[in-house]
Design a protein around this ligand. Structure first.
Ligand code: FE2
Length: 453
């Protein structure tokens, strides 16, 4: 087994002897040093420091950070980190993944992210001890860790965010496992934690969580006055819809955000940087679109919340934040307003380039906003995102605007943020949905489609 581990370590440029964790005594000394540091943004009180040390000394597993009065109830999803139980293989798996990630992070991650990695000692070759990591994150940002057993429901995940708790798993993928569906520490910790050194990103995460709380509150108020089951179902469906739109802001920034720095594109999204392959792809590939956004501008914010995406492959469009400071404009109230507006607007597929986009690079996958309608009517191949967006937009245009009891009625002309594209004849007629007339729809040569599908 040792020979196998040594060979794996060599392949990833890791020294096997560096993957042996510190002794419990050494880790306690280090924790003591960290807790005592008062030259930080959020100093830890003497009492909290003492209680934390006592718990660590007594071997109590780390569960939920308790450096403030605020906490979060994880219910059935609660987990714990029992540091001593990590195996040699798990520490080696962490070290190899970190080594691979570092190759691309050093080249493509923004400066702040790289500073965060050093600050939180993410580059270390052993799995982080959550007692120490939690203290360090709190000291810099006021956020804390909450250990979870698996992917938790979105409502609980983002409620944690609104209270400045970041849910993290405690398991590590198998040695040299490239991809896994469930996030592990390789994503939660090695991808996300460094972004906590960027105050505007941490604040956006909290604001996004608070925006979701507002949507839930609004839903519950409306449910209390629901006329019947059907009305209640519509209220719930509308809230779910708004949550999807709010999540797009999180997706295109916290998970898959790029940023402009000194004229260069750099990555800060955890979804990008935890994948060495997507890190290089997001910055260098000619395939995806890259669009500059200033989230303080209303039209740019609307572009984010009205853009659909898929999670199963590398992204087709990346949004490049012009400056981290601009993320401050994304208050919870503004996010909710944008989502409500998005419910009445046509949406973009992840390949679309739209009028008004500040395009940094046109990807090989780029399509015009009309392409999805052409393909739908001509029954040509299209990915799920294009199909979903095209069908949604057509339904929207054929249905009366639903004001959802809030008394607002929009004129059909005002739902377009840009002039509407010239839709193929017949698109707006209700009867045309089931039986589109392919002969009337503009056709694309099949070779053009095959190029990128
Ligand atoms: Fe994530």
């Amino acid at each position: 087994m040792n020979a196998h581990f040594a060979a794996v370590a060599r392949r990833h440029g890791v020294a096997l002897e560096d993957t042996v964790p510190d002794s419990p005594a050494r880790r306690l000394d280090r924790l003591c040093e960290i807790l005592a540091d008062q030259t930080v943004n959020h100093p830890i009180s003497a009492q909290c420091a003492e209680e934390t040390l006592q718990a660590a000394r007594a071997g109590v597993p780390f569960r939920v950070g308790c450096l403030t009065d605020v906490t979060v109830d994880l219910g059935e999803y609660a987990a714990e980190q029992v540091y001593e139980q990590y195996t040699t293989e798990e520490h080696l798996s962490w070290a190899c993944l970190i080594s691979d990630q570092q190759q691309t992070k050093r080249q493509y991650a923004c400066q702040e992210y790289q500073t965060g990695e050093r600050l939180f000692e993410i580059e270390a070759t052993t799995i982080p001890d959550y007692y120490a990591l939690n203290a360090r994150i709190y000291q810099q940002t006021g956020w804390q860790l909450a250990t979870v057993s698996e992917i938790i429901p979105a409502q609980l995940f983002f409620t944690c965010h609104s209270r400045r708790f970041f849910p993290v798993t405690t398991f590590m993928r198998k040695l040299e496992q490239d991809y896994l569906e469930e996030p592990d520490m390789g994503h939660d910790v090695a991808g996300h934690v460094a972004t906590f050194s960027i105050p505007t990103v941490a604040k956006l995460m909290q604001h996004h969580g608070m925006a979701r709380d507002l949507i839930y509150q609004q839903r519950d108020q409306r449910l209390a006055a629901a006329r019947d089951d059907e009305h209640a179902a519509r209220i719930c469906a509308r809230a779910d819809e708004l949550l999807i739109y709010a999540e797009r802001i999180y997706w295109f920034t916290v998970e898959f955000g790029l940023v402009l720095q000194a004229g260069e594109v750099r990555a800060f999204g955890a979804g990008i940087l935890s994948s060495p392959g997507e890190t290089r792809f997001s910055v260098e590939s000619r395939e995806p679109n890259r669009i500059v956004v200033d989230p303080s501008r209303e039209d740019h914010l609307m572009r984010l919340v009205t853009t659909d995406y898929l999670i199963s492959e590398f992204q087709k469009t990346y949004f490049v934040t012009a400056d981290f400071g601009l993320l401050d404009s994304l208050t919870p109230e503004r996010i909710v307003r944008a989502c409500e507006k998005a419910a009445r607007l046509p949406h973009f597929s992840w390949r679309d380039l739209a009028p008004g986009d500040q395009v940094l690079s046109v990807g090989a996958v780029a399509t015009s906003v009309n392409e999805k309608y052409y393909r739908l009517l001509a029954r040509q191949p299209m990915d799920d995102c294009m199909l979903r967006t095209a069908v949604r937009n057509r339904r929207l245009l054929r249905q009366p605007i639903d004001p959802m009891d809030d008394g607002q009625v929009l004129e059909i002309d005002s739902i377009w943020s840009a002039p509407p594209p010239a839709l193929p004849a017949g698109l707006l007629e209700p009867d045309s949905h089931d039986e589109p007339a392919p002969q009337e729809a503009p056709m694309r040569p099949l070779s053009f489609v095959a190029d990128y599908l």
